[in-house]
Design a protein around this ligand. Structure first.
Ligand SMILES: NC(=O)c1ccc[n+]([C@@H]2O[C@H](COP(=O)([O-])OP(=O)(O)OC[C@H]3O[C@@H](n4cnc5c(N)ncnc54)[C@H](OP(=O)(O)O)[C@@H]3O)[C@@H](O)[C@H]2O)c1
Ligand SMILES: [Mg+2]
Length: 342
């Protein structure tokens, strides 16, 4: 291993015990960090905007909910768990005016710091605790006595204790139960964006959809295409997750293995890698960030249109019908935090 993996024994929770922890936002990451830290014995308060749908949910979990400004005044650590592009506004209006020397700003993703949308004063510590998984898993795994791996970083270390605080936070949310790795805001931001664009979200959904469309457009039944390109994906990915690519190959037939190693690289070929390099370049030179900021500023019309197109695709209709055949597959609306963790 080139990086040290930090575990429970390496982290000391006591550094957090004397601090008031303020989590701003109670969505996917916010609810997981807040509830896990509370259950780890920490003093946690929540900041939300007055119209927030999350207020009742946070209160139902027994947490104190305040305005963002009140949280910044009371808390020693202010952890930003709102959508990334909402952070600069909250920072300017509610955080900066109440930010006194010695406080700690925490992030779940390096975006706003790395692209300098937020430039904190030198008198505060700036840390990152980025779980490598969706917030709902961060909560679910913690409850089951496990955890989701996380990355930590310190961007400003005025107190000299920024790393210890980030590591303790990672312990409080359950991540040192499995492993925490130290990184920088730059490395976390660039690799996270690349992963979600090229492989995990963008790459995967485009691969699935292209396979589905190829079969359906060649006259095969959509149900067949769904089983081949979507349903079986989880079974294969579970095997890779458990025992690596070679381990997965142990379980598939010889014909499947031969198709995998001899045909796979023809599908994901040099053109795809060239596209991936361009994607990475646009992340590194700030083009992706600039375009996303413009999209948000102009009202997210294209964002909504593309998501709506995805939701109307045939793959979703046939998918809903097929998933209804599996009663043990509880359909979750992950957009509604309530549905997801109630
Ligand atoms: N999603 C993930 O699993 C994941 C993984 C790793 C890192 N991250 C990072 O975690 C951070 C949070 O993302 P997320 O996906 O967890 O967000 P999210 O699920 O969209 O939740 C956003 C939360 O922020 C609240 N909010 C919105 N505007 C606010 C304001 N002005 N003041 C206070 N609260 C406000 C929302 O309340 P209302 O809905 O009621 O407005 C909601 O509770 C981001 O930095 C993201 O990059 C996310
Ligand atoms: Mg991400």
């Amino acid at each position: 291993m080139t990086k040290t993996v930090l575990l429970d024994k390496d982290a000391d929770l006591s550094i957090l015990k004397t601090k008031t922890i303020g989590v701003i936002g109670f969505g996917s990451q916010g609810h997981a960090h807040a509830l896990n830290l509370r259950d780890s014995g920490m003093n946690v308060i929540i900041g939300l905007h007055p119209q927030s749908k999350s207020i009742d949910i946070a209160k139902k979990h027994g947490l104190e909910v305040l305005t963002n400004s009140e949280v910044v005044k009371r808390a020693d650590i202010i952890f930003l768990a709102t959508p990334d592009l909402v952070i600069p506004e909250i920072y300017a209006d509610q955080i900066l005016p109440n930010l006194t020397p010695g406080k700690i700003l925490g992030f779940a993703h390096g975006f706003v710091i790395h692209y300098k949308l937020v430039v904190p004063p030198p008198e505060v510590d700036v840390i990152l605790v980025a779980p490598k998984g969706p917030g709902h898993l961060v909560r679910r795994e913690y409850i089951q006595g496990r955890g989701v791996p996380a990355l930590i970083a310190a961007y400003q270390n005025r107190s000299g204790k920024a790393r210890d605080v980030a590591l303790a936070w990672a312990k409080g949310i359950g991540s040192t139960r499995v492993g925490v790795i130290e990184t920088t805001f730059k490395e976390e931001t660039e690799t996270d964006l690349f992963g979600e664009q090229a492989v995990l979200c963008g790459g995967l959904t485009s691969l699935i959809t292209a396979g589905f469309e190829t079969l359906v457009n060649s006259g095969y039944a959509p149900e067949m295409a769904y089983f081949e390109c979507v349903h079986e994906m989880k079974l294969i990915v579970d095997l890779i997750y458990e025992s690596g690519i070679s381990g997965m190959r142990f379980s598939i037939s010889e014909t499947a293995k031969w198709g995998d190693v001899s045909v796979g690289p023809k599908v994901i070929d040099e053109h795809v890698k060239e596209n991936m390099r361009k994607v990475l370049e646009n992340i590194q030179n700030g083009t992706f960030a600039k375009e996303w900021i413009e999209e948000v500023k102009s009202g997210k019309q294209r964002y909504r249109k593309l998501l709506a197109q995805g939701a109307e695709h045939q793959i979703e209709k046939v998918g809903a019908e097929i998933r209804a055949l599996f009663p043990w597959l509880k359909q979750k609306n992950l957009q509604g935090v309530q549905a997801a963790y109630d």
